[in-house]
Design a binder for this molecule. Structure first.
Ligand SMILES: NC(=O)c1ccc[n+]([C@@H]2O[C@H](COP(=O)([O-])OP(=O)(O)OC[C@H]3O[C@@H](n4cnc5c(N)ncnc54)[C@H](O)[C@@H]3O)[C@@H](O)[C@H]2O)c1
Length: 255
């Protein structure tokens, strides 16, 4: 192993769902800065031109693909389009997701279908559609975004936690099934990261104080904290890691 080139992704290609979001766009910039060509897929194109231009500044090819993760047909079109534009898919960041905080008794069936639809069902169908390409090539790295909610019973997150806990188990089974095809499947479990999804919530000084007081490292996470772990999991250095969820949370889960 050439350790000094462990994060050299020259010639590699990456598909990122949730690619125009706060963390997903950081993944795109991180991979491009390490030499990869990237496709960012999202339902929301806002900001995509700037993200693509940032990636192109590293001399990489970068594409935006429109996808609605509620539709398995749209997921399959996204994967075909990414494979066609990039030529192949070496790395999948199965990352899109959202949150909706309510007391359990307040959720409706529509809330359940929407949250589970994007945060769990789509994650499965994005993984399987991409794995079909990877199985043919006998190589691939899949990294899904779970959450500390996969390991804790935080209030007002019952559906989200069900989805993220499901991702953790799904990661193990897919890793087991696809190991023989040269594919690793892992997840990251972010703690609190300030993003478009959480900025309103953490703006409340009481909530901010509470959250930080429960993080031994004394700060919320940044998209770069997540991107660096994803780069490692996608690298040759992580060839012998599969089926794992790596929590990236400043020590939030220690006690
Ligand atoms: N921010 C945090 O503190 C935190 C913590 C743990 C896990 N996460 C996870 O990180 C991931 C990204 O979250 P973020 O905080 O960067 O939020 P974000 O809102 O910035 O990014 C999420 C992206 O997913 C896209 N998306 C949502 N629904 C979609 C759909 N139906 N089809 C296509 N795209 C869709 C959104 O348009 C958005 O660009 C999510 O899976 C989230 O659960 C975030």
């Amino acid at each position: 192993m050439n350790y000094s080139k462990m994060l050299d992704f020259t010639g590699k290609t990456v598909l990122i769902t949730g690619g125009t979001g706060s963390i997903g766009s950081e993944f795109a910039r991180a991979f491009a800065s390490c030499g990869a060509d990237v496709a960012i897929a999202d339902i929301n194109p806002a900001g995509s031109e700037e993200i693509l231009s940032d990636c192109e500044k590293f001399g990489r090819r970068a594409y935006f693909i429109s996808v609605d993760l509620f539709s398995v047909e749209s997921i399959e079109e996204m994967v075909s389009s990414a494979a066609q534009k990039l030529g192949k898919i070496d790395v999948l960041c199965n990352h899109a997701g959202f949150n909706n905080r309510k007391n359990a008794v307040e959720y409706t069936e529509a809330d359940w279908d929407k949250l589970i639809g994007v945060d769990l069902k789509a994650v499965f169908f994005v993984a399987t559609a991409t794995a079909r390409h990877m199985i043919e090539r006998k190589t691939g790295k899949i990294i899904t975004t779970a959450s500390v909610s996969a390991a804790r019973g935080h209030k007002r997150l019952s559906i989200y936690a069900s989805a993220k806990g499901g991702i953790r188990q799904m990661t193990k089974v897919l890793a087991h099934e696809w190991a023989e095809h040269g594919i690793t499947v892992n997840a990251i479990g972010p703690g609190y990261v300030v993003t478009k999804q959480t900025e309103e919530y953490v703006k409340d000084p009481e909530i901010f104080k509470y959250l930080v007081s429960h993080i031994p490292m004394g700060r919320l996470g940044a998209p770069a904290d997540m991107a660096s772990v994803v780069l490692f999991l996608a690298s040759e250095g992580a060839s012998y890691i599969t089926g794992q969820t790596i929590f990236v949370e400043g020590g939030r889960l220690i006690d």
